[in-house]
Design a protein around this ligand. Structure first.
Ligand code: CU
Ligand code: ZN
Length: 172
């Protein structure tokens, strides 16, 4: 009797695992918690998930000056330097130049600009083509800058210093 109950339990568990696994990979998403650099008050968060052939990016960042701020995925998931330069340059998987997010020929990490309102809060929700999707940006650094990205100056868009840095990691 006891053995029979135990068998039922094990069988039940394996059915549960088989049913729940496909749902987990379909809903796969990542999160970057934006931490302020030295002398910055900029904080926030961004979610990232595959949206068909595109990458959806949504979230909220506060403690900005009103107006446009460059927003990029940088090469490394290392925000440890006081000015976040440890995150390296813009993520570039295909060797293209810096450009606008609409441009097919751009750094993979070129997300363009966020626009902060009069209170210094930027709310965003956009989708952007991304070679290899979410997995291309996992473990990288997400950076919001002090100035607007002019979308043409090489190799940074002249977006100025780094106000906050977050490491893109898997999330529930
Ligand atoms: Cu940047
Ligand atoms: Zn770039």
């Amino acid at each position: 009797m006891k053995i029979k109950t135990a068998l039922k339990f094990v069988l039940g568990l394996s059915i549960l695992a088989a049913v729940s696994m496909p749902a987990m990979s379909a809903g796969e998403k990542a999160k970057a918690v934006m931490m302020p650099t030295k002398d910055s008050k900029t904080t926030g968060w961004a979610w990232l998930a595959n949206n068909g052939s595109q990458l959806r990016v949504w979230g909220q960042i506060s403690g900005l000056t009103p107006g446009k701020h460059g927003f990029h995925v940088h090469e490394f998931g290392d925000c440890s330097a006081p000015d976040a330069t440890s995150a390296g340059s813009h993520l570039s998987l295909t060797g293209q130049k810096h450009a606008a997010p609409e441009n097919k020929m751009r750094h993979s990490g070129d997300f363009g600009n966020l626009e902060a309102d009069a209170n210094g809060v930027a709310k965003f929700d956009f989708s952007i083509p991304m070679t290899h999707g979410l997995h291309a940006v996992l473990g990288r650094g997400l950076i919001v800058h002090a100035k607007a990205d002019d979308l043409k100056t090489q190799p940074t868009g002249d977006a100025g210093g780094r106000l906050a840095c977050g490491i893109i990691g898997m999330a529930k």
